[in-house]
Design a protein around this ligand. Sequence first.
Ligand SMILES: [Zn+2]
Length: 374
Amino acid sequence: MSAEPADPMDTLRLLAAGLVLQHQACARGAILDARDDRGRTLTPKLLLRAQARLSRLQIASGNLARADSLHQLVVDCTRPLGDWAPDALLDGHEDLAELVLIDPGVRSPTPECVSLGQEGQNLADLKENLWFDKLRETLRAVPLAQSRADAYTRLRRFIVAHPAATQAELDSLIRELDALTLLPLLGPLVHEMYPPLAGGSEGPVARCGHCGSLVETGDPPHCTSARCREEHPDVHLRDWVDPAQLRVLRGELVLYWVNPGRDELRLYQALKEHRDDVTLYPNQDEVDLGLGGEREIGLDLKDYASMPTLARRFQRELGDLAFYRRGIVVVTDRGTRVRGEARRDQLREKFAELRIPLEVMTVHDVLSTFGRPA
Ligand SMILES: [Zn+2]
């Protein structure tokens, strides 16, 4: 066996990049572990290299069988690294034990996974979210900046409330957007974001009354959004929909826009009760919330599970928060308020260590600091 001197962190980045590429291939219709007509593997090379390295680490730690199967590896990645990764992988990086690379609910790489994949320059051309770019690009045809901003915010708000939407709801959204942009512009993009429900379903399907996701009507019935189940253990149905009329938001948009979006909207509404200088997604989403005058205070909500990964993302690039006089990263609780505070403290510590010039607050900190008239 050739001893490729593999830095564990490097292996992790390789794995993350491989998973993102595999997900993109699956989104184009490929299946995991597919072969071409000459029997050659179509699995992304990065994923195979990551698997080989992991396999060596497993063998070195005496666990012979674990990493032989690509399917097993992908299933493993839906659980925290600490549960399955060989010890050597987390050696010196114990703070990554809670990291999950694939979201088990929407079966899409998590934001942390994409972020790690980019670190190793393995995914240099992958934008953290290509949908932002597509939307901004499409809106460029609208001459009036205010109309662009209004259409942008309207679409984002609709998406947060509709992880699954009926054709009629989409039609009415598109009419509204066309009226804002004065051009029939966003229809094709909206349909691209909402492909039809895959796989035939017998009879009507249910949507969740809390978040609008599909409800799995097994016994007991449960919302398909893991984040929603965390917040609302009880099931509550919004309505029943004919599956032929149903379209479902793409998984990556659920992770990037819907999950953090619920907190963004809640915080926006809470602040709005106390002050009128708060803007949602100012300048087409430079930041999530703007407060005060032009580029005075910028708030970005982050729902990452892993604070070290989030810190490294800002180390790589400060992003548009850097344009604001005060740039504040707001971490979600992901559970209790105490948990949120622990996450805040961990991120503050990392920011200090990496000399990242941004503030960190919890949602509650923001409300107690800014939730009164300016
Ligand atoms: Zn729900």
